[in-house]
Structure formats: structure tokens, C-alpha cells
Design a binder for this molecule. Structure first.
Ligand SMILES: *Cc1c(COP(=O)(O)O)cnc(C)c1O
Length: 397
């Protein structure tokens, strides 16, 4: 059977082979410690679960409007007003099947063949494939470790062409945890406005911030930037609701309408029950979020200190999300019992095989000098996992 070019152009996730190997090892009884996960290890707060149970019992089980219920859109409008200083109307909000779906829809309605999307690296791997699926071309720009993995204005200016259509912003970042300041966003925003480049701003980690940092949405900086930005967010990371699949986009009304129309012919509405639960997440008590953030911060501090104490590793301090992104290039050219370590992929494979610790090689995010470690796992696992990594790296020759 012939596959369409669209299908054959999709790259399978580079993290998949490590993940498959880790699962296989676990199944055969090996106690693999995984720093590979991309979701909170906490349970969804009880009041959110309760809201879903009530929704089922009250018959909240039918189709909703394709772009989401009015109740959830109102909760999202309130959230933007309260937390981001942004004023939207409900016709500017579209609820989708996770933020990943919101991003997919945004690329679909904004990009076409001939367009370029400026994508700072390291990047979350799905952006690249979603850009390709929209027929556009990703222009990948490598950010620098010494700049906190943030794109500078000069780097941005250097890659703008008449074809530049969209700029992808992800702050706090997966995989680096980098957080842009308001000044940095203002400077980038000015250049993007000059060139009429639309911003897709993925703010899914907005609540997972440490050291007293505050989230600034680029859309909140000026009315012009708001008009030029599609804000993407969701409940997965902030409320430990990855399985519920609710994300949303806020955009100028014609863009929101295009997204809702597209969605009306594909998934239609996200699950009615999960939408009701999301209303409870956004409108309800926020203490569970604060407790989760406090725990993440403790883990980050411990893991960062342990990693930076290992000779050969340099790891910048991330301001947000739940990942560390250490540079491991000093180990390249070494061997473990004759097996070569030529890049982060070799290192990740050996860490899994020998130390029984799963990490994601940086190649998955567009750079092979790094590995990504998630601290969305228990303190006990973190201690044991870092002990194993330290021992293994000490045995490289
Ligand atoms: C997890 C994640 C998402 C998507 O989350 P959903 O579960 O689809 O809402 C989007 N962007 C980044 C950078 C992520 O890490």
C-alpha cells in the first residue's frame, strides 16, 4: 500500500529506541531509574478528579461545541486576566486535545509551503515535525549555553528572510528550563513586529518556575504583540493532568475561528468530562500547584548540585520546567571497556546499558553535546540515579 509523502516524511521520535530499551529492561526485572519522563510524577489533585466524577454523574457526556464549552472558555479568559494581564473574549479561545494539539492546529492554520518558521534549538521535538506537516520549513537556530539557551536579538535578525512567517517561543523551555526575561521578550518582540512575523508562544510550563521568577507572556507586553501572538497553554504540566488531554490557544478572533473550524472536521471537541475537570483546575484552589512546585525546586537544587560536582559536567541552572540539560561533551572520545563514547547518544545508550539509568540524548532536541534529565521522579530515585551516573562516568577512560 502506498503511503503519502506526508507520512513518510515524519521522523520517528529519536527518544523512542532508548525508551523501548528501558521498558524492555524493566519488564525483565532490571530496576532502571528513569530520568526520561516528560510528565509530573504527582497525581491529579482530588478536587479536579471529583469535578470529573460529578460531570459524569450529571450527564455531562455529550458533544460540546468543537472548540470547547463556554464554561471552560470563560475560565480560561479569567485565567489570562488574573495571571497574565491579558484580556481575551471567549471567541478568541479554542480548547483542544492537549497543548500539543493546539500547537498542531496553530501551525496548520498559519503556515503553508514556502513559509519559514524560526525555531530556536534546543527545541521540543514535536515542533519540528508539526512544522513539516504544515508544509513549512523550520529554520533552526542554535542558542548558546552561555546565554542560558536563549535566542539573542542578533541571532534572530540574522535568520529573518522575506519568507519568515512564524517564530516559535517556548519559555520556560523544554528541554533546557531556560526562562526569558521581560526585557529579552520585549527586544525580540520589537524585531518580530517590524518583520510582521507571527509568534506562537508555548507557555505550558508557565507555573513551574523557581527562585521567585515570574512568568511573562510575550502577548502581555503590548497590544501590538498580543495581536501578533498565538498563546498556547494547557493543564497537563501545571495540574498534573497529562492524561486528561486538555490544552488551549488564545489568538486574534479570525485565527481562533480558523483553528476551531479545522478542529470541527478532525477531533471535534476534547472530552466533555476532561473539560469540566479543567474548569475546576483553573477556578479551584491553587495550593496543590504550589506544593508541587516547591517539591520540584528542592529536587532541582539537589540534582543540579550533584551534577555540577561531577568533574566534566557543566549544567546551567534552569529557572523553570522540570529538566536539567547538562553539557557532557568532555566525555566524547573516551571509552567504557573499549566501547566508544563519541556523542550524547552513545553516552545515553551506555548509561542505560551499564548504569541502568535512562536519559534522553540531546540529539532529540537538536544538539548532541547534551543530555536531558527530568526530575519528575522521587528524591530517592534522583539520589540513586545520580550515584549511578557518577560511578559510571568515573569509569570512562
Ligand atoms: C508537554 C509539552 C507540551 C504538550 O502538552 P500536552 O500534554 O499536549 O498539553 C507542549 N509543549 C511542551 C514544550 C511540552 O513539554
Amino acid at each position: 500500500m502506498r503511503l503519502a509523502e506526508r507520512a513518510t516524511s515524519i521522523s520517528p521520535s529519536p527518544t523512542l529506541s532508548i525508551d523501548a530499551k528501558a521498558k524492555q529492561m524493566k519488564a525483565s526485572g532490571v530496576k532502571v531509574i528513569s530520568f526520561g519522563v516528560g510528565e509530573p510524577d504527582f497525581d491529579t489533585p482530588q478536587h479536579i478528579k471529583d469535578a470529573a466524577i460529578v460531570a459524569i454523574q450529571e450527564g455531562d457526556t455529550r458533544y460540546t461545541p468543537a472548540g470547547g464549552t463556554l464554561k471552560l472558555k470563560q475560565a480560561i479568559v479569567e485565567k489570562f486576566r488574573r495571571e497574565n494581564g491579558l484580556e481575551y473574549q471567549t471567541n478568541q479561545i479554542v480548547v483542544s486535545v492537549g497543548a500539543k494539539h493546539s500547537l498542531y492546529n496553530a501551525f496548520q492554520v498559519l503556515c503553508q509551503p514556502g513559509d519559514e518558521v524560526i525555531l530556536p534549538a534546543p527545541y521540543w521535538v514535536s515542533y519540528l515535525e508539526q512544522i513539516k506537516l504544515a508544509g513549512a520549513e523550520a529554520v533552526v537556530v542554535q542558542t548558546r549555553q552561555e546565554n542560558g539557551f536563549k535566542l539573542t536579538v542578533d541571532q534572530l535578525k540574522a535568520v529573518i528572510t522575506p519568507k519568515s512567517r512564524v517564530f516559535l517561543l517556548n519559555s520556560p523551555s523544554n528541554p533546557t528550563g531556560g526562562v526569558y526575561t521581560k526585557e529579552e521578550l520585549t527586544a525580540l518582540g520589537e524585531v518580530l513586529l517590524q518583520h510582521n512575523i507571527t509568534i506562537i508562544s508555548d507557555e505550558i510550563y508557565e507555573k513551574l518556575l523557581y527562585d521567585g521568577l515570574e512568568h511573562v507572556s510575550i502577548a502581555s507586553i503590548s497590544p501590538e504583540l498580543k495581536e501578533n501572538t498565538v498563546v498556547i497553554n494547557g493543564v497537563s504540566k501545571a495540574y498534573a493532568m497529562t492524561g486528561w488531554r486538555i490544552g488551549y490557544a488564545a489568538a486574534p478572533a479570525p485565527v481562533a475561528k480558523a483553528i476551531a473550524d479545522l478542529q470541527s472536521h478532525s477531533t471535534s471537541n476534547p472530552t466533555s468530562i476532561a473539560q469540566s475537570a479543567s474548569v475546576a483546575a483553573l477556578n479551584g484552589p491553587q495550593e496543590p500547584v504550589q506544593a508541587m512546585v516547591a517539591e520540584f525546586e528542592k529536587r532541582r537544587n539537589y540534582m543540579l548540585e550533584r551534577l555540577n560536582a561531577i568533574a566534566g559536567i557543566t549544567c546551567p541552572k534552569p529557572g523553570g520546567a522540570f529538566y536539567l540539560y547538562p553539557n557532557v561533551a568532555t566525555y566524547f572520545g573516551k571509552t567504557y571497556q573499549g566501547k566508544p563514547v563519541n556523542n550524547a547518544t552513545d553516552l545515553a545508550n551506555l548509561l542505560l546499558e551499564i548504569a541502568e539509568v535512562a536519559v534522553v540524548p540531546g540529539i532529540a532536541f537538536g544538539g548532541d553535546d547534551f543530555i536531558r534529565l527530568s526530575y519528575a521522579t522521587s528524591m530517592e530515585n534522583i539520589q540513586e540515579g545520580i550515584d549511578r551516573i557518577e560511578k559510571f562516568l568515573g569509569e570512562l577512560k
